[in-house]
Ligand binder design. Structure first.
Ligand SMILES: Nc1ncnc2c1ncn2[C@@H]1O[C@H](COP(=O)(O)OP(=O)(O)OP(=O)(O)O)[C@@H](O)[C@H]1O
Ligand SMILES: [Mg+2]
Length: 505
């Protein structure tokens, strides 16, 4: 068979293969490898590479390569305009060079460094919507031949296919990611409820910094609304078209956390059967929210700091630098200054993260918000149960106001949810609320009493606490304490409790 017909038959078969891959293989790297490998075979080239252009950095990165030095080549990057690949990326025109030694555009450093003798090159741009996103090049034809004009034409077909594959895979990835984020978003209502001075002032601060790119550290006790705040800032920022990417640093052991943040290359470790894109890459042009940042190990803190300083990272097992444009927000309920003092958290990382610092005030410092939050959550949960006009009794509201709320808004929200579910659907009573008065009945029973006196004192306080809990309803209190209503009534008279409660049955 003469070589020209052989080449043609091969190309048709391979092109058929390739077009079916483009629509069925969603892993971009795998797809590009497939395209490049068959291209190399069809072109009878010794090596090939595909480079992505980072327009912001004006640099080209090796994305996939074939040939003897395919792994070594990936550590290099090329400036826009530098060498043949750089020239093609800059001009957007394909280029055929029979003998590189005679062309002054050739950038020999890489070939020299990896010990690969380059002779002849064909290189074409990959374009999406007229914009160059990278280049593809084939190097040295087999049997010492030089590349011809017909090779350049074939290469343009591959460049177009690769561009199409990239567009498809990116679309697929975007849809997947948006799907996932949208599902998360559905659970969120970004409105921050509260009219206290302290909450109004943090919201005002937040809206002011939303516009900037400044890293923001959100501090506050558990359940004070740190994540809600992060979402509000993102929603108010110019990045809001992209979805907020969140990662809870406490939820994963170190190696998994690294994998989640940076992703990995195929074969990076046992079980890495494909490439994985990390949250940092997913958050490109968006915001990443690193929750419970103080739980991050020292090693991960060091790695994170490096990424924040350099703006570049590597996938686990990868040697291609990836640069992203992200805004970082972090949160913790730990006393971070204390954590720094104790040597658990890096000071330099803290300074990187807290360009802006926001403190979410605890509920006990803004009691005036309790009624508003209560009403808000009653409305939220009654809608779910199909109730309308569910009211809160005065006693139940008093109980809400007096309670200390160690779990802050989250605990308040849970308490209301339970009250709505357990209650009668018309009015919420104190006993529907799964909270106790902060005052513990056994506290401060002094020595010097007889056991009988202490037991009596305890009984009295215990009954008072239970009656307060039921808004003075003796039947309900008796049921909760597991005693007869008549017995409780006797104890109430015996200890003179009625006066203390003030609400007869
Ligand atoms: N001011 C607020 N208005 C309305 N809902 C709020 C408010 N603050 C918090 N919430 C709600 O309370 C719950 C807890 O808030 P969030 O998860 O933001 O707190 P957190 O500070 O991140 O808590 P943790 O430290 O436990 O992670 C969420 O359901 C949130 O929507
Ligand atoms: Mg949180």
């Amino acid at each position: 068979m003469n070589p020209v017909t052989e080449k043609k038959e091969l190309s048709i078969d391979h092109l058929k293969d390739i077009s079916s891959w483009v629509s069925s293989v969603h892993d971009l790297n795998q797809l590009l490898e497939l395209i490049l490998e068959s291209g190399t075979r069809i072109m009878r080239a010794k090596a090939s590479s595909l480079l992505f252009l980072d327009l912001k950095k004006k640099k080209l990165y090796f994305k996939v390569a074939t040939g003897l030095k395919k792994d070594e080549i990936k550590q290099f990057e090329i400036k826009l305009g530098q060498g043949i690949a750089g020239y093609v990326a800059e001009t957007g025109e394909p280029l055929l060079i029979g003998d590189v030694a005679k062309d002054k555009r050739w950038y020999r450093t890489i070939s020299d460094k990896i010990g690969f003798k380059t002779r002849s090159i064909v290189c074409a741009p990959m374009k999406v919507g007229g914009e160059v996103i990278g280049v593809i090049e084939f190097i040295n034809k087999a049997e010492g031949e030089n590349f011809q004009q017909s090779d350049l034409e074939l290469l343009t077909v591959f460049a177009d296919l690769a561009a199409l594959a990239i567009v498809n895979a990116r679309k697929f990835q975007l849809v997947e990611r948006e799907n996932k984020d949208l599902k998360q978003e559905l659970h969120f209502n970004h409105e921050i409820i509260g009219k206290s001075q302290s909450i109004r002032s943090v919201v005002a601060d937040a809206l002011q910094v939303a516009d900037s790119q400044a890293s923001t550290l959100i501090l506050g006790e558990s359940g004070t609304g740190k994540e809600l705040m992060a979402r509000l800032i993102h929603q108010a920022s110019p990045r809001k078209e992209r979805h907020l990417v969140t990662l809870n640093c406490a939820a994963l052991p170190e190696t998994l956390l690294e994998d989640e943040l940076f992703g990995h290359e195929k074969g990076a470790f046992t079980g890495a059967t494909g490439q994985k894109i990390g949250k940092f890459e997913l958050a490109d042009e968006s915001t990443i929210f690193l929750d419970e940042i103080a739980e991050m190990s020292q090693t991960m803190q060091a790695k994170l700091l490096r990424v924040l300083q350099d703006g570049v990272f590597y996938r686990v097992g990868g040697n291609v630098p990836i640069s992203v444009d992200i805004r970082v927000m972090a949160a913790t309920n730990q006393n971070i200054v204390e954590e720094i003092k104790n040597g658990n958290f890096r000071k330099d990382l803290y300074y990187r993260l807290n360009v802006v610092e926001i403190h979410m005030p605890p509920l006990r410092e803004r009691k005036e918000d309790i009624a508003l939050l209560t009403r808000h959550f009653v409305d939220l949960f009654q809608a779910g149960k199909g109730y309308a006009n569910l009211t809160i009794s005065r006693e139940a509201m008093d109980k809400m106001m007096q309670y200390d709320w160690p779990g802050n808004v989250r605990e308040l929200k849970n308490a209301i949810e339970r009250a709505v579910v357990m209650g009668n659907g018309k009015e919420i009573f104190p006993e529907d609320l799964p909270i106790l008065y902060a005052e513990m009945p056994v506290k401060d029973i002094p020595v010097g009493m007889t056991l009988q006196e202490a037991v009596d004192e305890f009984k009295k306080r215990f009954i008072v606490a239970n009656l307060k809990n039921t808004g003075g309803n003796q039947s309900k209190a008796a049921t909760i304490m597991g005693i007869q209503r008549t017995y409780l009534s006797r104890l109430v008279s015996k200890y003179g409790i009625k006066k203390l409660i003030g609400r007869p049955d």
